[in-house]
Design a protein around this ligand. Structure first.
Ligand code: AMP
Length: 288
């Protein structure tokens, strides 16, 4: 099937409703475009499980802070479409900003505690923007399921909480982070990095691996795990740490000591030059 591109909410809703009446199962893969293999893996996974995969491309102004990179966020629609087609996508929904936020728009979705720490501290308002746009994209695409990357770990928890709290009947699937051969987590923003910075960025992965090995060896003292990761991060002077934590994977709580059975997520964010990087790794079973 060739790729269909839809730009209005009304068209998207009528296409989706018709497909649902035909008994098709529909997956939505929300993205901001400038796609890479990480996005492709979400689309591929979705197309394994569903008849129809709607990839949305929308650079959402509401989730960017005033000092952030909304204006210069990279775009390449032609390449995006080729990647979506090659990955088994069937529809692209790419509304304009005016279509999504007409002048009388006045509703925002604010998810509570889970959106407060980490990204919530350093990107105030970000998760309100994310929750609101994802709810709107779900309202337009009317999916049975949606696919998100573990790369944005806290975001996956925020979305799951929203879907549960407001009774959306949508299965949320989380796909593991895809990495470059070097181990660098793929991100549309990696295009901002120089070759030297790409090399320096590998310190995030090495710090996360150090944290994981300590936990695997039985360490459950949070401060010790975090200190070891921060020590590794500080080997790259140019990396400016925003946060580096070990947290309970389901709630993001920060206990002094983890229980042996706790699933633990290691989360790092910071700046390399002008580029903000985030990465994470989970200890124990992958979250689905
Ligand atoms: P973005 O376009 O950055 O908003 O990302 C769209 C979706 O792709 C989100 O669910 C991300 O978590 C996911 N994603 C981004 N990078 C990766 C990656 N390296 N591996 C897997 N999923 C990713």
């Amino acid at each position: 099937m060739s790729l269909n591109i839809i730009t209005t909410i009304a068209d998207m809703q009528s296409v989706s409703s018709a497909l649902r009446k035909e008994g098709k199962s529909i997956a939505c893969v929300p993205t901001m475009g400038y796609l890479h293999e990480g996005h492709a893996s979400l689309i591929r996974e979705a197309s394994k499980n569903h008849d129809i995969v709607i990839t949305t491309i929308f650079v959402n102004p509401m989730q960017f802070g005033p000092q952030e990179d909304f204006e210069r966020y990279p775009r390449d629609l032609e390449r995006d479409i080729a990647i979506i087609e090659a990955s088994g996508g069937t529809y692209v929904f790419m509304p304009s900003v005016e279509e999504m936020y007409p002048s009388n728009f006045q509703t925002t979705i604010s998810v509570g505690n889970i959106s407060k720490p980490f990204e919530g501290i350093y990107r105030p308002g970000h998760f309100e923007g994310v929750a609101t746009v994802v709810a709107k994209l779900f309202g337009a695409t009317i999916p049975d399921a949606a696919y998100f990357g573990q790369k944005d770990y806290q975001q996956t928890l925020v979305i799951k909480q929203m879907v549960k709290d407001i009774n959306m009947s949508i299965d949320i699937h989380i796909v593991p982070t895809l990495r470059e051969k070097t181990g660098l987590a793929m991100s549309s923003r990696n295009v901002y990095l120089s070759e030297e910075e790409k090399n320096s960025a590998l310190v995030l992965q090495s710090a996360l691996n150090i944290g994981l090995s300590l936990i695997a060896e039985g360490m459950r003292d949070r401060a010790l795990i975090e200190q070891a990761m921060i020590k590794e991060l500080s080997t790259i002077q140019e990396f400016r740490i925003q946060y580096c934590h070990a947290a309970k994977a389901e709630t993001l709580e920060l206990p002094a000591e983890f229980a042996k059975t706790d699933e633990i997520v290691l989360l790092i964010a910071g700046f390399l030059g002008k580029t903000r990087l985030i990465d994470n790794m989970l200890y124990s079973r992958t979250l689905e």
